[in-house]
Design a protein around this ligand. Sequence first.
Ligand SMILES: Nc1ncnc2c1ncn2[C@@H]1O[C@H](COP(=O)(O)OP(=O)(O)O)[C@@H](O)[C@H]1O
Ligand SMILES: [Mg+2]
Length: 378
Amino acid sequence: MASVKDNVLAALAKVSGPDGKPLTESGALSDIVVGDGKVFFSITVEAAAVRQWESVRARAEQAVRATPGVQSAMIALTAERAGGAGAAAARPRVAGGPAQGPAPGPARAAGPAGIPGVAAIIAVASGKGGVGKSTVAVNLALGLRDLGLKVGILDADIYGPSLPKLLAIRERPQAAGGTRLKPIVRHGMAVMSIGFLVEEETPMIWRGPMVISALTQMLREVDWGTLDVMVVDMPPGTGDAQLTMAQQVPLKGAVIVSTPQDLALIDARRGIAMFRRVNVPVLGIVENMSTFICPHCGARSDIFGHGGARAEAERLGVPFLGEVPLAMDIREKSDAGAPVVAAEPAGAHAEIFRAIAARVREGLAAESRPAPKIVIEA
Ligand SMILES: Nc1ncnc2c1ncn2[C@@H]1O[C@H](COP(=O)(O)OP(=O)(O)O)[C@@H](O)[C@H]1O
Ligand SMILES: [Mg+2]
């Protein structure tokens, strides 16, 4: 029996691009992600050709929606500047893949192109908001910097960009020539935030294609320079926007942040499932707001429980990266725009984040080793 993905590819083969060729032969399609009857993919074309492609995108969406087994479809049209740095030609394209059976070889080969000069991009994600994703992202980035890596950090949280506040950044990025931007530099890290691209008071109503174009702009039109690792603070949750973003960024791995209690862990599990679906290796789980140690009496209390994330990591077969305590210090330093790893590099909390960073680095190294990997496709 043909899979939904096969049906989608067959439907797309009947949609033609502006040159009259079937879409599946255009080289413009990303990998096609199918889950729970939802279909996501993007069509990447040169900026000059966007107008001609908008109707193609609409027809592709119609065709996909009408495909048996499909409940909804989200198809983003993304543009690349013609002849831009990194050259579109260097981009590996998937020409739709075979119409029958699973694609051969590692599914990751079909992912988006990397950013020239950036060795690894990792996502910091959470199943829900408010679990300390941004706090972990920024301190993890600083921990990686302390290990001697050249680090960049990208705030892609469309619902609540927090890097401008966490790093006390008030200025806007400067143009680097043409439409390119220079990242802001803080604590020796290159920083870019979706918060720089919108006014603070602008209600964040994002439609799929807008999210993708903002994200693409921050990834590909910023002079990141040479980086060992870029940490991306992803939007919380596991909905359509998150899945599309996970699919659009050329990720080497993902770090999941959770608080210890069951409810958050259920969301964390969804996060892991999401990354697995798009074939991004999960580097591990961080338990944030773990044990609370009273600054007055030194007594320990497990406000949200304790150890839940470690147990969950074991159950799911992903590494456990460490526990970050619920500490007044961490919140105060974050709110003051100087994350704890930068503000108190010799402190116990900085030590914890550096240990997490070291595990993340190990995980990345393991992912980069050319050991044959068996990819089992559902
Ligand atoms: N380990 C921690 N100890 C104390 N406060 C924390 C800790 N982690 C995060 N916070 C605080 O919790 C709030 C939410 O954290 P934040 O990183 O913004 O979460 P998210 O990005 O998941 O929405 C912030 O006020 C932050 O300072
Ligand atoms: Mg945040």
